[in-house]
Ligand binder design. Structure first.
Ligand code: 6CS
Ligand code: FE
Length: 302
């Protein structure tokens, strides 16, 4: 039995057996009215508020990127890591797709998670101390790296992990150059203002399949078109060392990498300590802790 935490009212019901529908967002995008000081200027905050993302180039220096890539190589060739539940393979091959919980298993990624170049941005946007809800490396290997279906991360984290509010921000960190043609992330700018509540329910142990290929919580053509009528498609194409900060509820996905150039990105999810997980809102059991932390340890401020 897992410990039960008292669950607040579900303001974002999804996959609870009702009809699919769009709902308005009921949480700020930039918390604290943008009053908290931090690395972002007013125009950055405004861009994030309107679009639900902010792309910053040159956040990480070449040495940090090199250290991270060397660490990905080390982890990706460690048989203990590869044989653990933290390693997720592509849906159709034995190619490594993702490595989870790197902020706990690797000193390099632990240090990156707490790096003020990232964590201070998260603190500023969320107006709070933060902890890591999830960390992973997405490898998108040359020719074999497969797509991620359209989804809102918040929908999954709310339904399957128990994150109550939209007070969570992700950093996608380009460790190799991200081009329009090597499987980059697509986001629908403005879609973070709408919540797509899904019909149906979630099968037990959904994560065993969804992390290789997501099915539940992915919009149909009509839902996607509805969002695109209200927003605009944007592509995360930027050099290594760039970081895309994106709101937890923005609709996003990415295509297969059919190019000969790998796209290796780090992914760190910062959650406000005030927004720590409770019981999942749409499943009986939360996902395992290597996918979703249940211990909100605030990151030390550096
Ligand atoms: O299931 C999850 O938590 C996640 N899956 C995707 C495809 N994106 C965000 C997150 O890592
Ligand atoms: Fe995602």
């Amino acid at each position: 039995m897992t410990t039960r935490t008292q669950t607040p009212t579900d303001r974002y019901p999804s996959r609870v057996g009702a009809e699919q529908k769009f709902m308005g967002r009921d949480d700020p995008v930039v918390w604290g009215g943008g009053e908290r000081s931090g690395p972002l200027k007013d125009e950055h905050l405004e861009h994030f508020r309107t679009n639900g993302f902010l792309l910053l180039e040159g956040v990480l220096d070449a040495k940090t990127v090199e250290e991270c890539l060397a660490e990905v190589d080390r982890l990706g060739s460690d048989s203990e890591v590869l044989n653990s539940h933290r390693a997720i393979l592509e849906p159709d091959s034995e190619t490594l797709r993702s490595l989870f919980e790197v902020h706990e298993t690797s000193p390099v990624f632990a240090s990156l998670a707490a790096d003020p170049r990232l964590a201070d941005v998260a603190r500023q946007l969320l107006d709070d101390d933060v902890y890591i809800h999830q960390s992973r490396i997405n490898l998108k290997r040359a020719l074999h790296g497969k797509s991620f279906q359209w989804h809102s991360d918040f929908e999954t984290w709310h339904v399957e992990d128990g994150i109550p509010a939209m007070r969570t921000v992700s950093a996608s960190i380009a460790l190799t150059d991200n081009y329009a043609w090597n499987g980059p992330l697509y986001v629908i700018a403005g879609s973070h203002g709408w919540y797509l509540s899904f019909g149906g329910t979630t099968p037990d142990d959904n994560h065993l399949r969804s992390l290789r290929q997501q099915e539940h919580g992915s919009p149909d053509e009509e839902g996607l078109a509805w969002l695109l009528q209200r927003g605009e498609m944007a592509t995360f194409a930027a050099p290594a060392g760039s970081v895309l900060f994106f709101d937890c509820n923005i609709m996003h996905g990415s295509p297969n990498n059919i190019s000969p150039v790998p796209r290796t990105n780090g992914f760190l999810v910062y959650n406000s300590v005030e927004n720590a997980v409770v019981d999942p809102f749409g499943t009986d059991e939360p996902r395992p802790t290597h996918i979703a932390t249940r211990d909100p340890k605030p990151l030390a401020v550096r």
